[in-house]
Design a protein around this ligand. Structure first.
Ligand code: NAP
Length: 425
C-alpha cells in the first residue's frame, strides 16, 4: 500500500474513531438506567456527557486532514475521474459504519462488565459505602485492621493493607480511599509504589486506560485534592468526593442526601477548580495552568476514563443522591460553617454531660440527637475537620465571640432592669 494510502487510511480511522466516540455518547444517552447490577451508565449520568465535544474534535481532524499536504481523499478524488469521489465516499461510509459498530460493541462490553471497586479503609464509613457498592459491582476491601469476618459476612473480599500488591492485582477500576483524614496522606504515600507497579502491569496487558480511578471521600476537600495531585502517578485519574451523610443519617438509604464531587484529573489533565462548572456546561474546560481544552480530545483512553468516572458517579445517582459538583475550595468554605459547626456544637453540648430528663421538650430531644450523631463519629474525624480545613479555626473564633455577644446582651439587659428598679424605688 502506498504511503499516500496509508496516510489517508489512518486519518480515516481516526475520523471514524471520533465519529464513534460521538456515536457512543449518543448511544449511551438513549440507553435506559441499568436494571441489572452492572453499574452501567444511566440516562441520568449521561446528562453530563456532551456529544458536541466529540463533534468539535471531529471537525478539527477533518480540517487538519484538508490541510494535509495533499495526502487526502478529497484531493486524490479531485484528480480522479468523475464518479470516483462518490465511490470513495461510499467506501468511507461503509468502513465508518463497520468501525462504529465495533466501537459501540466494545463500549457496551466495557459497560456491561461490572465495575471492580476497591475500598481502602474498611472502618465505619468504608463498611457503610461498601455495602451499597456491592449492588453495582465487585467489591474488594483492604484495611489496617483485620476485617475478614465482617467482609465475609458482607460477601466482599478482604485483603490486608500489608499486601497492597494483592489488592491491586484484583484489577480494580476504582479505588475509594476511606481512611481517616489524619492518616490519608500516609496511606496515599504507601499506596503509590504499588500503583506504579500496577501501571506497568496494565501497560504490559495493553490496556488503553492507564491506572485505576482514585476517589477520596474525606470530609475535607482541599487537603485531599492537594495530596492526591502531589503524590499519585499521572496515570491515575482523580475524583474528589464528599458524601454529606454517614452511617447514621444514611441508614435508611441515600435518597435525597447530598453528594459533593469534583472531577479533579482525567487522562492526565487537571481540571481547574474554579471552572469546574464549565466542564458540565459543555464546550471546553480550563486546566490548572489556565489553558483551555476542548473536551476532548481524541484519545480512546480519555473517552474510557470519562466513561468510568461517570459510571462511578452514577452509583450515587442511582441511590438517589442529590449530586452537587463543587470545587474543593468552595466545599471547605461551606463545610466549615455547616458541617464543622454542627460537630463543634455536638461536641460542646456532649461534653456538658447532658442527659434525657422526664420533661424533655422537642428542642431538647433534637439537642440530644445532635450529640448522639456527632459523637458517634470518631474524635479523630472531628480533629481532621479542624486541622485540615483552614476555615475551621475562624468558625471556632466566631462562635466564641458570638457566645460572648449573647452573654453580654443578657448582662446588659439585667443591668438595665436593675437600674430601672433602683430608680423606681
Ligand atoms: P475515621 O476515624 O475518620 O477513619 C477510620 C478509618 O481510617 C478506618 O478504616 C481505619 O482503619 C483507618 N485508619 C485510621 N488510621 C489509620 C492509619 N494510621 N493507617 C491506616 N488506616 C488508618 O472514621 P470513618 O467514619 O470510618 O471515616 C472514614 C473517612 O470517611 C474519613 O475520611 C471521613 O472524613 C469520611 N467520611 C465519613 C463520614 C461519616 O459520617 N463517618 C461521612 C463522609 C465522609 P482500620 O479500621 O483498619 O484501623
Amino acid at each position: 500500500m502506498s504511503r499516500l494510502k496509508v496516510s489517508s487510511l489512518s486519518t480515516l480511522f481516526l475520523w471514524i474513531f471520533l465519529v464513534m466516540a460521538s456515536g457512543s455518547v449518543a448511544f449511551s444517552s438513549s440507553s435506559s438506567p441499568p436494571t441489572d447490577m452492572t453499574g452501567s451508565s444511566s440516562g441520568k449520568t449521561n446528562k453530563r456527557s456532551k456529544t458536541h465535544h466529540y463533534y468539535s474534535a471531529l471537525h478539527a481532524v477533518v480540517n487538519n486532514n484538508n490541510n494535509n499536504n495533499g495526502n487526502n481523499t478529497d484531493e486524490e478524488a479531485a484528480a480522479a475521474p468523475p464518479g470516483r469521489l462518490e465511490e470513495l465516499k461510499q467506501r468511507e461510509a461503509e468502513l465508518a459504519k463497520l468501525l462504529a459498530a465495533v466501537r459501540t460493541e466494545k463500549l457496551s462490553a466495557i459497560r456491561s462488565r461490572p465495575l471492580s471497586i476497591g475500598v481502602l479503609g474498611f472502618g465505619r464509613f468504608g463498611q457503610f459505602i461498601a455495602r451499597s457498592f456491592q449492588k453495582y459491582g465487585r467489591v474488594v476491601v483492604t484495611s489496617r485492621s483485620d476485617y475478614t469476618d465482617i467482609a465475609n459476612g458482607m460477601g466482599v473480599k478482604y485483603v490486608p493493607l500489608s499486601d497492597l500488591d494483592a489488592f491491586l492485582e484484583e484489577d480494580l477500576d476504582v479505588i475509594v480511599v476511606a481512611t481517616s483524614i489524619l492518616s490519608f496522606e500516609s496511606n496515599i504515600e504507601t499506596l503509590v509504589p504499588h500503583l506504579e507497579k500496577d501501571l506497568v502491569r496494565r501497560a504490559r496487558q495493553g490496556k488503553s486506560i492507564k491506572g485505576p480511578l482514585i476517589v477520596d471521600v474525606l470530609s475535607v476537600k482541599e487537603h485531599a485534592r492537594q495530596v492526591m495531585l502531589d503524590l499519585l502517578p499521572a496515570g491515575c485519574d482523580i475524583l474528589c468526593t464528599h458524601p454529606m451523610f454517614g452511617p447514621e443519617s444514611g441508614k435508611n438509604g441515600w435518597n435525597g442526601l447530598t453528594f459533593v464531587y469534583e472531577k479533579t484529573r482525567i487522562d492526565g489533565v487537571v481540571l481547574d477548580q474554579q471552572h469546574q462548572s464549565v466542564i458540565d456546561n459543555g464546550e471546553a474546560f480550563v486546566d490548572f495552568r489556565g489553558e483551555v481544552h476542548s473536551i476532548h480530545e481524541d484519545s480512546e483512553a480519555h473517552i474510557e476514563a470519562m466513561d468510568r468516572m461517570e459510571r462511578f458517579l452514577s452509583i450515587w445517582e442511582e441511590e438517589g443522591c442529590h449530586m452537587v459538583p463543587m470545587s474543593a475550595k468552595d466545599h471547605d468554605s461551606f463545610a466549615a460553617n455547616s458541617q464543622f459547626i454542627t460537630h463543634l456544637m455536638g461536641r460542646i453540648l456532649g461534653s456538658q454531660g447532658l442527659a434525657p430528663t422526664p420533661i424533655d421538650t422537642k428542642g431538647f430531644q433534637s439537642v440530644l440527637k445532635l450529640i448522639g450523631s456527632t459523637t458517634a463519629d470518631s474524635f479523630e474525624l472531628f480533629y481532621g475537620l479542624y486541622k485540615f480545613n483552614t476555615n475551621s479555626l475562624d468558625t471556632i473564633l466566631r462562635l466564641r465571640s458570638a457566645l460572648d455577644e449573647v452573654v453580654e446582651k443578657l448582662k446588659v439587659m439585667e443591668e438595665e432592669e436593675q437600674k430601672k428598679k433602683a430608680l423606681s424605688s
